[in-house]
Design a protein around this ligand. Structure first.
Ligand code: NAD
Length: 308
């Protein structure tokens, strides 16, 4: 990785979804200031996904152009990934980086949740990330270059009261990214996922101003900048928490676990006797793929029939 202050994106085309405000605007203005041509996508609706307006994207495009940068607006919902990527191709002839950032909230307890609250969140976050990546993928493969950064959330990683729709959609970004990373690596398509925290209209209603003052969206930008840059040739399939100036990688941890023979001794009672091992993290492993688990099973075959 190079010196972040020197990172530039001249000649590259960056698509940022939901770039009309908040984090997306911070990414879009940054990439444009460092030489990239930027597609500023934004549907321009409310934070609950109601309505639409062109001015959200237009204002950011004007800001970028006034500062001497290159940008084009797109007003599609992210469910129309093809239209968004087409804006990049029509205006700038290529696409190098996709930032899946657009998002909405429909917070409500599970008991009171309506299908519409669930469906809309899935459409914007899950279908949206899929459609945009799907439309960009053929270009990435053909040019053997692509960077995708998708947006999860602490709510998805850990759960959050009143956000089961959003949590499900946000953890989906992790599985999506981990698989795209595996499929894309040999084509130099690197995919990572961030769980940000930042002051925006999304957090304005749930956090006090003095906390928000220390959660500037601009402070999330350096991580995205590094992951999206050509000098990143290795980091892919990773999860990062980022906010308030702190950035850290997260990973899966597997407990030591219990191994039981798959024979007549494999009973619920036998499992109960080993229950402490199931959740014993004193000798952890850090699996990164299904193969790690299959390796464990192979070990299991080598156990004596009646282990001590
Ligand atoms: P924000 O509301 O300021 O920005 C989201 C943008 O996405 C808005 O401009 C909105 O108009 C746009 N958008 C919504 N639906 C769209 C659609 N269907 N098509 C195109 N654009 C659409 O919020 P933000 O905080 O900047 O959020 C950015 C991303 O970060 C979201 O994915 C959000 O879930 C995620 N996130 C934010 C935080 C945080 O602390 N701010 C925490 C965790 C995750």
């Amino acid at each position: 990785m190079g010196d972040a202050s020197q990172l530039r994106y001249d000649g590259q085309v960056v698509v940022v979804t939901g770039a009309g405000g908040g984090l997306g605007k911070a990414y879009a203005t940054f990439f444009a200031s460092r030489g990239a041509s930027v597609v500023v996508n934004d549907l321009g609706g409310s934070h609950k996904g109601e309505g639409q307006a062109k001015n959200a994207a237009d204002d950011v495009v004007s800001e970028i152009r006034n500062a001497g940068g290159k940008a084009a607006a797109n007003y599609d919902s992210v469910e129309n990934g093809e239209g968004i990527i087409k804006t990049a191709i029509d205006n700038f002839g290529r696409i190098d980086v996709l930032i899946n950032n657009a998002g909405i909230l429909r917070d409500i307890s599970f008991k009171n949740m309506k299908d519409q609250d669930w469906d809309l969140i899935m459409k914007v976050h899950v279908v949206g990330a899929y459609k945009c990546a799907k439309a960009a993928w053929p270009y990435f493969r053909k040019q053997k270059y692509g960077r995708v950064i998708s947006t999860a959330s602490a709510a998805g990683l850990f759960g959050s009261f009143g956000q089961c729709n959003y949590s499900a959609a946000k953890l989906a970004q992790v599985g999506f990214t981990e698989t795209l990373a595996k499929e894309g690596f040999k084509y130099n398509i690197l995919c990572n996922v961030i769980a940000p925290i930042a002051a925006s209209r999304m957090t304005a209603t749930v956090m006090p101003p003095e906390v928000l003052d220390n959660l500037k969206p601009e402070w999330v930008v350096p991580l995205v900048a590094v992951l999206a840059h050509a000098s990143n040739t290795e980091e892919s399939g990773s999860i990062f928490e980022v906010g308030g100036g702190h950035m850290a990688k997260l990973r899966w941890e597997r407990a030591k676990g219990a191994l039981l023979r798959a024979d007549e001794t494999f009973t619920p009672g036998a499992l109960l006797k080993k229950w402490d091992n199931v959740s014993d993290f004193s000798e952890p492993e850090y699996p990164t793929g299904v193969a790690n688990f299959m390796g464990l099973l192979e070990e299991a075959q080598k156990l004596p029939a009646n282990p001590p």
